[in-house]
Design a protein around this ligand. Structure first.
Ligand code: DX5
Ligand code: ZN
Length: 217
C-alpha cells in the first residue's frame, strides 16, 4: 500500500496569490499540489491555463498534479508538460484517443493519470489500468470546489483497489472532491492513497494538524 499523499488543491487558495498556496504546502513539508484546469465545456467553469502553471514552476519544487477537466485534453498535453506539470490526468468521458494520449504524457516525461466522474463506472477505465501511474476517482461532480463528498463512490474505490492488488499494479489511487479528515479517512480505508483537498485544507484552522493527520493514515 502506498504511503498517503496530501495534494492541496490550489482552486481553494487565493487566486491573486497562487504562489502563496504552493508556499503553504511546501512549508508544511508536503510534496504535492493539485492544480485544476477547467475549460467551460467539459465542466461549467474556467480556471487556469499552461501559463499559470509555467509561472508557478520556478517558484516551487512541489510535484504538480495537474487535473485536466477538458473536452479535448489531447490538444493540451504538450503545453502543460512544457509548463512544468509532473503528472497530467485526463478524464475518460470525452471522445479522444485515450491510449495515445496516456502514452504521449509519458513520452513527454510526465506521469499520467486517468479520471472518472461520479456517474462513470469503474469498468470504463478497467482496460487502461496497466498503462497509468494514477487513477483519480472524482468524489463530487467536477467543476467547483466546496461540494459535499459522495459516499456512494467508496465501492468504486474498493473495486479499483481490488483490481490493483489482483494484477499487482502500482498506480496511485487519488480522490478529489469534498475530501476532509473524515471523508478522506473513509477513502483511505477503501484503498485511496492520494488526497486532493481544497476547501477543507485551505480553510482548516490547523493546517499543520490536517497534514499530520493525513500522513498518519
Ligand atoms: C473539483 C476539483 C477539485 C476541487 C476540490 O472539480 O477537481 O480538485 O478543488 O475542491 P474541494 O476539496 O473544495 O471539494
Ligand atoms: Zn481536481
Amino acid at each position: 500500500m502506498h504511503a498517503p499523499i496530501l495534494a492541496p488543491s490550489l482552486l481553494a487558495s487565493d487566486h491573486a496569490h497562487l504562489a502563496a498556496g504552493t508556499d503553504t504546502a511546501a512549508a508544511l513539508g508536503l510534496a504535492w499540489v493539485h492544480i485544476d484546469i477547467m475549460d467551460g465545456h467539459f465542466v461549467p467553469n474556467l480556471t487556469f491555463g499552461p501559463q499559470t502553471v509555467a509561472a508557478l514552476r520556478p517558484r516551487s519544487r512541489l510535484f504538480f498534479d495537474v487535473h485536466l477537466m477538458l473536452d479535448q485534453p489531447h490538444r493540451y498535453i504538450e503545453p502543460f508538460a512544457k509548463a512544468g506539470a509532473n503528472l497530467i490526468s485526463v478524464h475518460i468521458e470525452p471522445e479522444y484517443d485515450h491510449g495515445a494520449t496516456l502514452a504521449r504524457i509519458r513520452d513527454l516525461g510526465c506521469q499520467n493519470g486517468l479520471v472518472l466522474n461520479p456517474g462513470t463506472p469503474a469498468t470504463a477505465i478497467e482496460p487502461w489500468l496497466a498503462h497509468v501511474d494514477l487513477v483519480l476517482v472524482m468524489t463530487v461532480q467536477p467543476g467547483f470546489g466546496g461540494q459535499s463528498f459522495r459516499q456512494d463512490m467508496l465501492p468504486k474505490l474498493t473495486q479499483i483497489d481490488q483490481w490493483r492488488r489482483e494484477r499487482k499494479l502500482a498506480f496511485r489511487l487519488e480522490v478529489d472532491g469534498g475530501i476532509d479528515l473524515v471523508t478522506g479517512k473513509a477513502c483511505r480505508a477503501a484503498g485511496a492513497d492520494t488526497f486532493a483537498a481544497g476547501t477543507a485544507f485551505f480553510n482548516a484552522a490547523d493546517r499543520p494538524g490536517f497534514a499530520r493527520t493525513v500522513a498518519s493514515w
